[in-house]
Design a protein around this ligand. Structure first.
Ligand SMILES: [Zn+2]
Length: 84
């Protein structure tokens, strides 16, 4: 049975790899060949962690939800103007 901290850590790594603002990515710390934010585990590895701890369905749903929220945030900010 996975622990709550382990599940939360996988969730945190997913958010970390989908930042609101531009960020720095470099080689995934697990050597999978993808880019991970700040050189940590990448999104694919974080999703795999969450899938292993829970299941593929919820891991996929969680990543899709964070991606959707980030898209909505960009669209909301697009209503703004930089001129007063
Ligand atoms: Zn990786």
């Amino acid at each position: 049975m996975p622990t709550e901290p382990a599940i939360r850590e996988a969730m945190r790594l997913i958010w970390r790899n989908l930042p609101e603002a531009p960020s720095t990515f470099s080689a995934c710390s697990r050597g999978c060949g993808q880019g991970g934010r700040g050189g940590g585990p990448c999104l694919n590895c974080a999703q795999a962690d969450l899938a292993r701890l829970t299941n593929d369905f919820y891991a996929g749903q969680y990543v899709a939800a964070v991606l959707n929220l980030r898209r909505i945030e960009r669209e909301l900010i697009a209503f703004s103007s930089t001129t007063p």
